[in-house]
Design a protein around this ligand. Structure first.
Ligand SMILES: [Fe+2]
Length: 225
C-alpha cells in the first residue's frame, strides 16, 4: 500500500467522524437550555466545521498527487467510524426521553466526551501515520485538531461535573452538600498548576489553616444560575 494512501484513509475517517459530530452538536445545541453548556457546544461546532473544511482541503491536495481510488476503498471504514459515533449517542438519546431536561443534557455531554476521546485517538493515529510517511503538513493538521479536541474534552468534563450536580438536585430534590471536585467546578477558568488542586484539597481537608483559602468556600458555592 502506498504510504500516502494510508494517510488518506485516516483523513477520510477523521472527515467522516467530524461530519457526524457536526450533526450531533447541532442536535445537542437544539436540546440545551443551559447557557454555559450551549456556549461550549457552539464554540466546538464552529471548530468542528473548520476542521471538516481543513480535512477536505488536505484530502484534495493528497488526492491529486496520489490515487483517488483508494479513497473510495476507505469509504466503508470511514462510515464505520461515523457509525460508532451514532451508536455512542443513539442509545442514550433513546433512553433519556423520560428523564429530566437536566439529565438529558448531562447524558449528551457524556456522549460528547466519549466522542472527543475517539477523535483524539483518530488524530493520534493520523499524526503517527503522516509522520511515518514524511507528510509533515498532515501531521500538523492532526496535531492542531487534536489540541482542540483535548481542550473540548477538558471543558466538557467541567460541564459534566456542573450538570451532574444540577441533575442530582433536580432528581433528588436535595441541595448538593458540596461539589465533587474543587479544581474543576470553578467556571471553566484555567487552573494555575496541577499541584494547586492537591494543595487546595489539603486546605479543604484541614480547614483550620488560616484564612488564605477563600477558594475552598468559593468553590463550594455552586453557580446556580
Ligand atoms: Fe471534537
Amino acid at each position: 500500500m502506498d504510504p500516502n494512501d494510508l494517510v488518506l484513509q485516516y483523513l477520510d475517517e477523521a472527515h467522516a467522524t467530524e461530519t457526524a459530530l457536526v450533526t450531533n452538536l447541532r442536535a445537542h445545541i437544539a436540546m440545551t437550555t443551559d447557557a454555559q453548556y450551549e456556549r461550549l457546544l457552539k464554540r466546538h461546532l464552529s471548530e468542528t466545521q473548520d476542521q471538516v473544511a481543513a480535512i477536505k482541503v488536505r484530502r484534495g491536495e493528497l488526492g491529486e498527487k496520489d490515487g483517488r481510488s483508494l479513497v473510495a476503498g476507505a469509504f466503508g471504514m470511514a462510515m464505520d467510524v461515523a457509525g460508532q459515533i451514532l451508536v455512542l449517542t443513539k442509545g442514550p438519546l433513546d433512553a433519556v426521553r423520560t428523564t429530566s431536561q437536566q439529565e438529558r443534557m448531562l447524558k449528551n455531554a457524556r456522549d460528547e466526551a466519549a466522542t472527543e476521546a475517539l477523535e483524539i485517538a483518530l488524530y493520534d493515529a493520523l499524526e503517527a501515520a503522516a509522520t511515518a510517511a514524511g507528510d509533515s503538513r498532515t501531521a500538523k493538521l492532526a496535531v492542531d485538531h487534536r489540541k482542540q479536541e483535548e481542550k473540548m474534552l477538558g471543558d466538557l468534563r467541567k460541564q459534566i461535573a456542573r450538570l451532574a450536580v444540577a441533575t442530582f438536585e433536580d432528581k433528588t430534590d436535595t441541595k448538593a452538600a458540596a461539589t465533587a471536585s474543587t479544581s474543576r467546578s470553578s467556571s471553566g477558568r484555567s487552573r494555575s498548576t496541577s499541584s494547586s488542586s492537591s494543595s487546595s484539597r489539603r486546605k479543604a481537608a484541614g480547614a483550620k489553616t488560616s484564612g488564605s483559602s477563600s477558594r475552598t468556600s468559593a468553590s463550594r458555592s455552586r453557580s446556580s444560575s
